[in-house]
Design a protein around this ligand. Structure first.
Ligand code: PDD
Length: 287
């Protein structure tokens, strides 16, 4: 089957899909994106993803390329044309194409690219084993709440994790507090059974999965506290996990080689993983 990508108004074979060399996303990382899970052929949490997209565009004064209804149609078409039942949809909007010059160009039209691909079902054994993470200094800018394609520090952090045989890198701010992973939010569970995650300030992305997990925790009667936590607190926590569109709910069992929670995923993480998986498979809307 030929993969199809949407590029600025056209559905093209993936291998021929291309943007202009002077696209500002390519030259300045002047653009935003979303990654949305597809489950049973439906977009998971489309509403919150599109709301966050609108916010990111607004923060950067990038015009919307089309209405939300039209965008939803395009997203649905890309999923359908690629016959994705379970997988990932990627969408990117840049400020458009213009001769290279830092300030916003006059009259550039925002550029929209959408791709989708199927993924094998998540391996339950991987989540049940948990993952190792390392910690790295957070060297990013001061507006990590905006989901920009400017991801070089995240790329470097993830590669450092990979080189160390770990799954993720927890980024740590100048005060020693964990911000988030390179592509996931970070959580711990205290001895008292309280779920702790950093407040959605400008230092992290307010993850859509983060919000869903918060709602699922509330439904399960688990207390949630939004406050920063240190690496030492995370290492001594009774459980830790990551959330994100691709990570879903991933228990963390080692931080910089130190076992967390006895080196095995704990009951809260596994419960939230099960609840999230069931909810994501069940359809649209927030829990
Ligand atoms: N990343 N924090 C960062 C820095 C992220 O890049 C992501 C997601 C998250 C989790 O957000 P959400 O739950 O809305 O997926 C947190 C996507 C998956 C990516 O860049 O591939």
């Amino acid at each position: 089957m030929t993969r199809i990508a949407y590029v600025n108004g056209r559905y093209l074979p993936h291998r021929r899909a291309a943007v202009h060399v002077e696209d500002r996303g390519y030259q300045f990382a002047d653009g935003v994106y979303e990654v949305i899970a597809v489950d049973h052929g439906r977009l998971v949490d489309a509403g919150p993803h599109l709301e966050r997209l609108a916010r990111s565009l607004n923060e950067l004064s990038i015009a919307r390329p089309m209405t939300d209804a039209a965008l939803r149609h395009v997203l649905g078409e890309v999923v359908r044309r690629n016959r994705v039942r379970r997988g990932i949809l990627y969408l990117q909007i840049t400020r458009g194409v213009a001769p290279r010059s830092h300030a916003f160009p006059d009259g550039a039209k925002p550029a929209l690219v959408v791709t989708a691909r199927s993924l094998p079902p998540a391996d339950p054994a991987a989540a049940e084993k948990g993952c190792a993470v390392i910690t790295v200094p957070d060297i990013r800018w001061k507006r990590c709440d905006i989901k920009t394609v400017s991801l070089l520090p995240n790329v470097l952090a993830k590669q450092q994790a990979k080189d160390a045989g770990a799954f993720e890198a927890l980024q740590v701010d100048a005060d020693g507090f964990v911000t988030e992973g390179s592509a996931a939010n970070a959580w711990i569970i205290t001895e008292a059974g309280v779920l702790v995650t950093r407040p959605a300030d400008h230092a992290i992305l307010d993850g859509v999965t983060r919000r869903s997990v918060m709602a699922l925790a509330a439904r399960a009667g688990i207390a949630v506290e939004e406050r920063p936590f240190t690496v030492a607190e995370a290492k001594g926590a009774s459980e830790a996990f990551l959330t994100g569109t691709t990570a879903m709910v991933m228990p963390v069992v080692r931080i910089d080689g130190t076992p967390v929670g006895g080196g095995k995923p704990g009951p809260f993480s596994l419960r939230l993983l099960a609840d999230y998986t069931e909810w994501a498979a069940g359809g649209a809307g927030t829990p």
